[in-house]
Write a protein that binds this ligand. Structure first.
Ligand code: ATP
Ligand code: MG
Length: 269
């Protein structure tokens, strides 16, 4: 079970879009996925039509004892393979430190659940408060989302720094899976400039190619549909990119051991 945190210190750059895109890629390959919404805005919860669940991530952060997280998980509107641990507005109150082990409560809560998901995707709020810290304590991989502009690139650098600090101090399993450039319009000079800047700075960590501006993304989110089931110009290409991004997040499949030659000879004899 791979746990991936999707973050940026900048708002509106596409964290929820990438979280939903990864869940959609899992949905398309029938892989069980859990979306954990750590953003009080609850946009991922809304898109998955899971608002109004009796328990949310706020309850898990208040009390991560066994049973609480499992009880808070509900089905999404996408079908039984994609499940949700949703958010609610009052989660805002948990964005500051709350007593002992405040940053590792989500990790504790998830550890008490059955580990039968192929991927767990944590959608973070646009700040480095206790909510994002909880995501980074719980995650194996981090995806940093940015747009190709000056302020967003600054937010991406801050997010990478936060990942490095938490990986060093508290969660040595945590590695960066990718820096994803979203809403790229290649005909805009400013976008090309910042995409080149990111490639020069972070090299192979930058997911390539960038995710393009695509009207099918907000349309599918509004309709509560996985992007993989959305049929509009460009959405198939975006869905393919999310397939590649999910592959970049998951560990490579184990290599099949080569069949030793002598066993073949034994059967042929
Ligand atoms: N590649 C894209 N093409 C077109 N629209 C997009 C694209 N990526 C995101 N959007 C739209 O931009 C808006 C902001 O995206 P999103 O909610 O994913 O950002 P966010 O980083 O999660 O925001 P916040 O910081 O508020 O949580 C949404 O309406 C989304 O549908
Ligand atoms: Mg969001």
């Amino acid at each position: 079970m791979t746990v991936v945190a999707v973050l940026s210190m900048k708002g509106g750059v596409g964290k929820s879009t990438v979280s939903l895109g990864l869940a959609s890629a899992a949905w398309a390959r029938d892989m069980r996925a859990l979306v954990v919404d750590l953003d009080p805005q609850a946009n991922a919860t809304m898109a998955l039509d899971a608002m109004g669940a009796p328990f949310t991530t706020s309850d898990v952060l208040a009390d991560p004892r066994p049973g609480v997280a499992a009880d808070a998980v509900v089905d999404s509107a996408w079908g039984p393979t994609v499940r949700v641990l949703g958010a609610e507005r009052s989660l805002e109150h948990r964005n500051s430190r709350q007593g002992r082990n405040s940053a590792s409560r989500l990790r504790t809560g998830l550890a008490t659940m059955p580990r039968d998901y192929g991927v767990v995707v944590i959608d973070c709020p646009p700040s480095l408060g206790e909510l994002t810290r909880n995501a980074l304590h719980a995650a194996d991989r981090a995806i940093i989302v940015t747009e190709p502009n000056h302020f967003a690139v600054h937010g991406a650098a801050e997010a990478l720094e936060a990942v490095a600090v938490i990986a060093r101090a508290a969660n040595p399993r945590l590695t960066v899976a990718a820096v994803v450039v979203n809403r790229m319009r290649p005909d805009e000079r400013e976008h090309r400039l910042h995409a080149d800047l990111l490639a020069a700075e972070y090299g192979a960590l930058v997911f390539s190619p960038p995710l393009p501006e695509c009207p099918g993304i907000p349309q599918s989110q509004r309709a509560g549909s996985p992007i993989h089931a959305w049929n509009s110009p460009g959405s198939r290409d975006v869905a393919d990119l999310f397939d590649d991004l999910l592959d970049a997040v998951l560990p490579p499949p184990p290599r099949r051991p080569a069949v030793p030659a002598f066993s073949l000879r034994k059967y042929l004899a």
